[in-house]
Design a protein around this ligand. Sequence first.
Ligand code: ZN
Length: 269
Amino acid sequence: MSKQKGRYKIIQEKEYLYIIQESISDIHPVYKNSPLNLYLLIGTYKALLIDTGCRIEPLKPIIEEIINEKALIVVNSHFHWDHVLGNGDFNEVYIHEKEASYISRPYNISFLKTSPLETIKAYEQHDFMIPPARTIKTLTDGDRIELGGLEVIILHAPGHSPGSICFLSDKNELFTGDVAYYGEQFLPSPANFPIVLRSLEKLITVCKEKKSIKLYPSHGITPCDITLLIKLHAGIKNIKNIWNSRKLHYFFSAHEVKDDTFTYYVSLF
Ligand SMILES: [Zn+2]
């Protein structure tokens, strides 16, 4: 069951799980990883929102309509702009302890001013400095969030960013944030690939322990299965073999290389 509300597409995936999608490509055509997937998990007495998106239109009324009067916990999978710009609508937002400082101040998105699209006019009222949530709280690996008949464990999985986290539910779902998805990958410099690979190995181990687990990434096709993690792990290990084919991508300040499944943007810094 799905319905469109403004620029958000709302899919009721399960009785307790909603996928809220928006198009990141509508903000700047350089970004190809659409849709952006936000997730809303609803327990018997609390709801959990994973990421607040691009905030071209207000997100909070959309969430409130779904959860009614239930208490809401808001978390960011990591600090990158496309996951946090809606934070200002909420009183309190959780993020991994390594990234709290990035979302505690107004978020500078002036790099998006080069977009030829009308959509970005929505950011002009804040002069491209998007306000943060009032209070930022931190999470660490192994923390548990109890929603009532539904529990989520925080898995720290650094690499894409230092404080990237994934969310493992006790109903056989793994929300992977930007740690794994089908689409263009944003990676740190090659010296830090071992950190990325270790995180993917951690998730592969979790998925092998829980047969038939489904993966819910923050970009692109959702849900997926363990194949995503295995392909991405093998692909990143193979980058050294295709490194000579790299091109420079100026907007992303990255080397660009491609294989059959993924395009990788490897940070210059
Ligand atoms: Zn992202």
